[in-house]
Design a protein around this ligand. Structure first.
Ligand code: PMV
Length: 322
């Protein structure tokens, strides 16, 4: 009855920031991402009739309070679907630091969804898994399908799920993550989403989202790297403008983040074409072509403040490994 799943984190080019339904985690807009080969969660779930309570261990430590409760709530959803009463043993390991703007909740909840449903004896289609992962943690729905992924805004819970638009390996682009801080976030992204309405920039942002999703899909389809990169950068700044103008304001950047934005622009000046994006954290994700990733990596390693560099290709979605 034990199932083990490996699920990748993902980086969004068109971002999800703001929900139209808090409980169901229905997004204010559609988003587009790619799965990351170098950052993932490996999660085992075992429903066991001998267990009196659910146990949740993340990165070797037993979880408590809100973190544990969120996992148990997700197990409850799966127990309800499988008509199961048994408690479960959950063990999850991330190969990267939690809560630093690398989406650990995305890979974690994608892995948990597939592992728990498999262990409960369910054999759910990809669409159902994506919907379930979304309810657990929004962007986790994008870590279920392969490669380049679109999460449809949808009109209801049933129609808001992620699907693959191009397989991994379709395009030889890399995401080189410059990790500049491993300090845990003060405000979680769950809370951050609820503040969007207080930013004067949120309405104008929403007005342009549908067009942006279409444009980036076209750029990926045409493998037009320049267009793709320009949209990605503009979108990251657009989302952070909303974050910084919310009440209370959310400043996820540090001086290192700004330094890396300048680094990327300087790379372009010398013909090393790359573009940046950031999530709810200070780390900078640098998108480049595979042929340039080594040069970018070695330049990044020389920058003080850059603690770690992680090179990612596009990757498959969540999969059972044991
Ligand atoms: O799924 P959450 O609640 O961790 O939100 C993710 C939000 C961003 O990473 C900032 C953007 C995105 O689309 O991944």
């Amino acid at each position: 009855m034990k199932a083990t799943v490996k699920a990748p984190a993902n980086i969004a080019f068109i971002k999800y920031w703001g929900k139209r339904d808090e409980k169901l985690r229905l997004p204010a807009n559609g988003s587009v991402s790619m799965n990351l080969s170098g950052v993932f969660s490996t999660t085992s779930v075992e429903f066991d009739e001998k267990l009196k309570n659910d146990t949740v261990k993340i990165d070797g430590k037993y979880s408590k309070d809100r973190e544990k409760l969120r996992v148990i709530k997700h197990l409850d959803r799966i127990r309800k679907m499988a008509l199961l009463k048994m408690k479960a043993r959950v063990e999850s390991d991330n190969n990267f630091p939690k809560g630093t703007g690398i989406a650990s909740s995305a890979s974690g909840f994608a892995a948990l969804t597939l592992a728990a449903s498999k262990s409960a004896g369910l054999s759910l289609p990809e669409k159902e898994l994506s919907i379930l992962a979304r309810i657990g943690s929004g962007s986790a729905c994008r870590s279920i399908p392969d490669g380049f992924v679109e999460w449809k805004k949808g009109t209801s819970s049933k129609s808001s799920y992620a699907h693959s638009i191009f397989p991994h390996g379709y395009w030889d682009i890399c995401n080189v993550i410059a990790v500049v801080g491993s300090i845990k976030k003060e405000i979680s992204s769950t809370k951050g989403h609820s503040l969007v309405g207080s930013s004067p920039f949120f309405k104008p942002r929403m007005a342009g989202m549908r067009k942006k999703v279409l444009e980036i899909k076209k750029a990926i389809s045409n493998k037009d790297f320049t267009k793709f990169g320009e949209i990605t950068e503009r979108e990251a700044i657009n989302m952070h403008a909303v974050m910084m103008t919310s009440s209370p304001p959310l400043y996820y950047w540090t001086p290192d983040t700004v330094g890396l934005i300048i680094f990327v622009r300087n790379c372009r000046k010398i013909g090393l074409e790359c573009y940046f994006t950031m999530d709810a954290g200070p780390n900078v994700h640098i998108i480049c072509r595979e042929k340039d990733s080594k040069r970018i990596e070695s330049r990044l390693r020389k920058i003080s403040g850059v603690e770690r560099v992680i090179v990612n290709k596009t990757e498959a979605g969540a999969r059972i490994v044991g």
